[in-house]
Design a protein around this ligand. Structure first.
Ligand SMILES: Cc1cc2nc3c(=O)[nH]c(=O)nc-3n(C[C@H](O)[C@H](O)[C@H](O)COP(=O)(O)OP(=O)(O)OC[C@H]3O[C@@H](n4cnc5c(N)ncnc54)[C@H](O)[C@@H]3O)c2cc1C
Ligand code: SF4
Length: 326
């Protein structure tokens, strides 16, 4: 581990000042400390933000929900409003990591976590994300767990967060606070596809803090849920996953929100699947037909061709679980 200085911010202003001077925020530390031990990350100053007032889950005036950036994964999953209104969020969190990690880790840190690409974590391997211009060992290497959607010739790594898939499906907004004030970024533009700059992963400006994630008010009743397919039943990242939310009224699907994980360089929203569903009556045939579009545009690599069919089946199964069988 490289030497660093540590400071605990006593208020938001102090945190932002340190951030502006290049300090690196640390919340639960469950990802950052790992990466520092492996010398993938080498921050000179760590700014502990755990004392800041960003720990509340609150209802918004329009009927949505605001989850503070420092709310732990455990607290967010168990919160009565989250459970009642957005089961897809609770389920995605409960299927993440381990109980110990979820107790420490925060919502802000979760969406900021970096890829689990093994070459990214191996400082002897070529990796454009870790060291721009060095190449991508995964392209011709062992790429079974890598992305089939949103890739570039520079990087094919997946975004590993589960709850980010639920946020993408629900069209959440990320609240940011920086030296220039507050701003809001739609979740769809917060995490960046690799393109020619895979080292730029989020739309954060220097020194900006995530303060909260806001889920919009959606038509109710809203049925929702998260399905995660992985190599073993627990403590494992997704090979594929699906977040689905459906509003059905009068026997017709009025709103559909669908996104996939484990397959994209960012959580992958599925507008073609959503369009297929809206205005239709739930049926087995509908779930199958809509899910056939889930992998449109996929560009599989040598070892992950299986993800194309697995993605379609994951989406179809989760549509059936959430939407019912008729
Ligand atoms: C063994 C293991 C298994 C895991 N399995 C899963 C899994 O199945 N699914 C899943 O989704 N995740 C999984 N994770 C990842 C885990 O969820 C993340 O480590 C955790 O959510 C990160 O939160 P944290 O608060 O500890 O972040 P930290 O490690 O403190 O920070 C992570 C990053 O976020 C930045 N950051 C933190 N808070 C803010 C903020 N408010 N504003 C701006 N920047 C901020 C930090 O600067 C740092 O870059 C796993 C992790 C481990 C170690
Ligand atoms: S896929 Fe991305 S993170 Fe993995 S080695 Fe290639 S450039 Fe690095």
């Amino acid at each position: 581990m490289h030497p660093f200085t540590y400071t605990k911010a006593s208020d938001t202003r102090e945190a932002l000042d340190s951030g502006r001077r290049g300090g690196r925020y640390i919340a639960g530390g469950t990802t950052l400390v790992d990466l520092m031990r492996e010398t993938v990350e080498r921050p000179e100053t760590l700014v502990d933000i755990t004392g800041l007032p960003m720990r509340a889950v609150t209802a918004t005036t329009h009927g949505g929900l605001r989850i503070g950036a420092l709310v732990s994964m455990t607290e967010a999953a168990a919160h009565p409003r989250v459970r009642a209104l957005y089961p897809v969020i609770s389920q995605s969190l409960e299927l993440s990591a381990s109980a110990q990690l979820r107790n420490m880790a925060t919502i802000g840190g979760n969406i900021m976590q970096r890829t689990r690409c093994t070459y990214f974590r191996d400082v002897t391997a070529a990796c454009n994300k870790r060291e721009p211009g060095s190449g991508c060992a995964a392209r011709e290497g062992h790429n079974r767990a890598h992305a089939i959607l949103g890739t570039s010739d520079r990087c094919v790594a997946t975004h590993p967060s589960d709850v980010a898939v639920a946020f993408a499906a629900l069209e959440a907004t990320v609240h940011l606070l920086g030296p220039d004030g507050e701003r809001r970024v739609p979740f769809a533009s917060f995490l960046l596809r690799p393109g020619s700059t895979p080292d730029r992963e989020q739309a954060l400006r220097k020194g900006e803090l995530i303060t909260a994630v806001e889920i919009p008010a959606l038509a109710r009743p809203l049925r929702s849920g998260y399905l995660k397919v992985r190599d073993r039943q627990s403590y494992e990242f997704a090979l594929t996953s699906a977040a689905v939310a459906l509003h059905v009224r009068g026997g017709v699907i009025r709103e559909a929100k669908v996104a996939a994980g484990g397959v994209g360089t960012v959580p992958w929203k599925l507008p073609a699947v959503e369009e297929h569903l809206v205005g239709e009556r739930p049926s087995e045939a509908l779930w199958t037909a809509a899910a056939r579009t889930a992998a449109d545009g996929a560009r599989p690599l040598t070892h992950n061709r299986f993800k194309v069919e697995l993605l379609r089946r994951t989406v179809e199964r989760q549509l059936r679980i959430v939407g019912g069988t008729k």
